[in-house]
Design a protein around this ligand. Structure first.
Ligand code: HT7
Ligand code: ZN
Length: 882
């Protein structure tokens, strides 16, 4: 397959000011008539052919200005239609036929439970009609949908309805018009039997907007939270960015079969039902949080993505990184800011750091791809958001606001680049951000080490930072990055010191601040602080001010001190994580050397002090006491010791549960009593209490311990909300089959008609740490509720097992690897995007022991050897093996 290069970008030869689309809907033979106004650009030679993208289409006819064009004028290639001898400006009519029911890849027009829906990002529009399917061609769309109103009572497209009638054919003909020019990836159509949940909204300038949520009728009672989230997002974007909604209707449709989370089509979002549907008894706090975040994310795209879009797909982070950053700001403003930042960082470390260190590492703005769907990555999304956050930190909130205002003003209605975005900030503030742009073009996670030196005589304290950036595929040598390190120095009494740099005057305005942003611009950067009488404990990279790996030489006692005293809540959590990682590493080494495992008393005591501190927010206590995940622990080891990580982590869990049993029981019982009898509420305080209670339960019920089992069973059986029920089930799931199976059976019997809850049922079993995990998964693959056609189901069983059940997936025999390879091969024939995502767990194969390396490599080679692989899977597998 061909590699697409950023360096080969050329502007479009023909623009399309407007397009009229007509869809005559039929499950197997939908007829699409596309009438486009085409205009050759000034720089295009007169004999340049018109090149249109198209894939999997049955071409019925082509006409120019109403006159049929025969095959002598056009050439149908694999994914293109090339038409020769076209005028400078003309009307092109293309008629195609497509098969939505047979579309299992879920790109283009497809059917989900009888609902017609589209997914056009990134290159799905070419599966509907021949068109210049690239984001820098922006057209005004008018869409007519023709269908049987008895079967398809709801028929939607972008914009506003402008005509609606029953035709002579007895079918309904409805026409939608979108006044905003848009790229083809934002086109959407939905038709089906859907229930409507509607609510009004008045924008800041007083315009009335109708908010409409469409779901399958059986889900009409699960829309309230999504609607409330949408309104919150609309108000927030007005207040935080001055951005108002611009159409009269905002529609969201929830479907069960969807490759990703949601899609921001102009005025007509299509969502994976997982990110819309919620009722207290069916959705967890984490689901409620996910809905709030994703609804907001898609709404924010209306300005960052739709009004201003990407020039080409290499610029994907222009909209995605920025929109994730806006989503993170929104969530932080509505929940505990520290907890939301901890979540952001957990995601980054679990998903993006491994990507940056692996064979598919790429810059935030990639410079080449084979299949663009493979580049909807944690690097483009989450690291992209971190880059925007660093810009915000470096230039400050006021300058950032000026930069955003200029960006919106300068580029509204355009398709632009990441350079344009950074230039708007530079120009608005008269800054040179040239070196900062390296964050967009250099891959890899910088490693920053720090050395400290305190001189009591001169009362100075020195911090020397050294940064390194390892080679990544295609990038052997790197330049230093611009790294903002938010810093404080904590004095022995636990209070942060006033910070004066040695070269600053004592009365300098900054000199009494207790937090500074130190900017690293070279490989080695030194800062000296004055008036530091006693050795302080530095609190560095506060709030995780840059996506780097900070290697700290702090003593254990300093970490325990920061856990208790740092005034930056994020860094208190970070100290607990660093301490836990250290303890786990030592235990792994002890186990490998055959030494007995002992939980250090200081660590246990620091843990106990945090649990028992009633002045702290329960949500933060829960975060601080959640052990680092296995994926991140693996990332912290040069050679991943599968058994060592699992055993050491389990040991810590069990020992905490055993040694702090009394305290954990007391906290659990107090929290459970506080919430007893209260109706479910998704507010930060209630979420925090549930999360701490469930964490206590997890420690108490760690395999081997029995104290929490009875409470877990009771919680599972009596909870009135899914968060608590699942908290109980997760504890039971890790016990022997005689205890866990009855709980699984009861759960399924109760929830078998709720697909999103059945997904949880699959996921809990797929990730349970049991000796025979793979056998359970194989049995579940045969369960009538399992389907390879539904991406959520595939993710819940196969994806969850491979990514989050290290004990089962990395079984020494290699059976887990064979299983995953088989599933990737099978799925590639029906849904290449989902198949390619499943390659993920293989990517780190070079980091395991020799035997596992050989087995994983064999599995990858077996996939690579298959004839007819999709571009998606080919790219992931070949890059993993390279
Ligand atoms: N912008 C949306 C991307 C998306 C997507 C990409 C490839 C294949 C299927 C897809 N569904 C949605 C999602 C977002 O970031 O908002
Ligand atoms: Zn997005």
């Amino acid at each position: 397959p061909k590699t697409i290069l950023l360096s080969e970008y050329t502007p479009p030869a023909y623009l399309v000011p407007s397009i009229d689309l007509e869809f005559r809907l039929d499950p197997h033979a939908t007829r699409v008539t596309a009438v486009s106004r085409m205009e050759r650009t000034a720089d295009t030679p007169a004999d340049a052919p018109l090149v249109l993208n198209g894939a999997g289409l049955k071409l019925v006819s082509v006409a120019i200005d109403g006159a049929p064009v025969g095959p002598d004028r056009w050439l149908q290639e694999e994914e293109r239609l090339v038409i020769r001898k076209v005028p400078a400006a003309f009307e092109l009519t293309v008629v195609t036929e497509i098969d939505p029911a047979g579309n299992t890849a879920l790109e283009g027009l497809y059917l989900s439970n009888g609902i017609f829906c589209t997914q056009c990002e990134a290159e799905g529009f070419r599966k509907i009609t021949y068109f210049p399917d690239r984001p820098d061609v922006m057209a005004r769309y008018r869409t007519t949908i023709i269908g049987d109103p008895a079967v398809l009572p709801v028929m939607l497209s972008n914009g506003n309805p402008v005509a609606d009638e029953i035709g002579e054919d007895g079918l309904r003909h409805i026409t939608w018009e979108d006044p905003f020019p848009k790229p083809s990836y934002l086109f959407a159509l939905v038709a089906g039997d859907l229930a409507l949940c509607e609510s009004p909204f008045t924008t800041m300038s007083g315009r009335d907007v109708s908010l409409r949520l469409y779901v399958e009728p059986r889900n009409a009672d699960k829309c309230e939270h999504a609607m409330a989230s949408l309104k919150k997002a609309m108000v927030w974007d007005e207040q935080a960015y001055g951005r108002e909604y611009d159409l009269d209707i905002y529609m969201i449709v929830a479907v069960d079969d969807f490759n990703m989370g949601a899609m921001e089509n102009k005025g007509l979002n299509v969502f994976n039902s997982k990110y819309i549907l919620a009722r207290p008894d069916t959705a967890t706090d984490s689901d409620y949080g996910g809905i709030e975040a994703v609804v907001a994310h898609e709404y924010f795209h209306n300005w960052t993505g739709n009004r201003i879009t990407c020039r080409d797909w290499f610029q994907l982070s222009l909209k995605e990184g920025l929109t994730v950053f806006r989503e993170q700001q929104f969530v932080a403003d509505h929940q505990s800011a520290a907890v939301s930042r901890i979540h952001d960082v957990r995601v980054l470390r679990a998903a993006q750091f491994p990507e940056d260190a692996g064979p598919t590492a790429h810059p935030v703005r990639p410079d080449s791809y084979i299949e663009i769907s493979n580049f909807y990555t944690s690097t483009v999304y989450n690291k992209g958001a971190e880059v925007i956050r660093m810009l915000h930190t470096l230039i400050g909130p006021e300058a950032f606001a000026r930069g955003m205002d200029l960006y919106f003003e300068r580029h509204d209605g355009q398709a632009v680049t990441c350079e344009d975005f950074v230039r708007a900030h530079a120009d608005a503030n008269e800054l040179d951000l040239g070196d900062f742009f390296r964050w967009y073009v250099q891959a890899g996670t910088p490693e920053v080490s720090v050395e400290t030196r305190h001189d009591p005589e001169s009362r100075s304290f020195e911090l020397t930072f050294t940064q390194t950036l390892k080679p990544t595929p295609g990038q052997p040598v790197k330049k230093p990055m611009v790294i903002p390190v938010r810093t404080a120095l904590i004095g022995a009494d636990g209070a942060p010191l006033a910070l004066r740099l040695a070269n600053e005057a004592a009365d300098a305005p900054e000199a009494d601040q207790t937090e500074r942003v130190l900017v690293l611009e070279d490989r080695v950067t030194r800062f000296t602080f004055a008036d530091v009488a006693e050795r302080p404990v530095p609190s560095l990279l506060r709030g995780f001010s840059a996506p780097v790996k900070l290697e700290t030489r702090a003593e254990d006692a300093d970490l325990a001190f920061l856990m208790g005293h740092d005034d930056d809540a994020f860094n208190r959590w970070e100290a607990a994580q660093t301490y836990a990682i250290r303890v786990i590493h030592r235990l792994i080494a002890d186990a490998a050397a055959g030494r007995p495992l002992v939980l250090p008393a200081d660590f246990r005591d620091a843990f106990a002090r945090t649990i028992g501190d009633d002045s702290l927010d329960p949500a933060l206590i829960a975060e601080a006491l959640t052990l680092p995940g296995e994926s991140y622990l693996a990332e912290t080891m040069t050679r991943i010791d599968v058994e060592g990580i699992t055993a050491a982590r389990q040991f810590v869990r069990r020992e905490i549960g055993r040694s702090l049993e009394g305290l954990l029981l007391e906290v659990f019982d107090r929290l459970a009593a506080e919430d007893a009898g209260k109706p479910y509420s998704f507010d930060p305080a209630s979420v925090g209490r549930r999360s701490l209670a469930n964490l206590c339960l997890a420690y108490l019920g760690a395999p081997g311990g029995t104290a929490g089992l009875e409470r877990a069973r009771r919680r599972f059986e009596t909870a009135d909300n899914m968060t608590d029920a699942l908290g109980g089930l997760l504890v039971l799931a890790d016990q022997e089959d005689a205890l866990s199976q009855p709980a699984f059976d009861a759960f399924y019997a109760r929830w078998k008609d709720e697909p999103l809850v059945v997904d949880k049922w699959f996921m809990v079993q797929a990730t349970a740490s049991r000796a025979n995990a793979l056998d359970h998964v194989l049995k579940l693959m045969e369960h009538p509720a399992f389907s390879m056609r539904n991406p959520n189901r595939v993710r819940s069983l196969i994806g969850a097992f491979a990514a989050s059940n290290p004990r089962g997936f990395h079984e020494a025999s290699g059976r887990g690897y064979d299983f995953l390879a088989d599933q990737i091969i099978t799925l590639d024939a029906s849904n290449p995007q989902i198949a390619a995502r499943l390659v993920g767990p293989f990517k780190r194969w070079r980091r395991y022991d020799d035997q596992r390396q050989a087995l994983m490599r064999q599995a990858l080679e077996r996939i690579a050897a298959r004839q007819g692989l999709s571009r998606d899977v080919y790219e992931m597998v070949s890059k993993s093996l390279a």
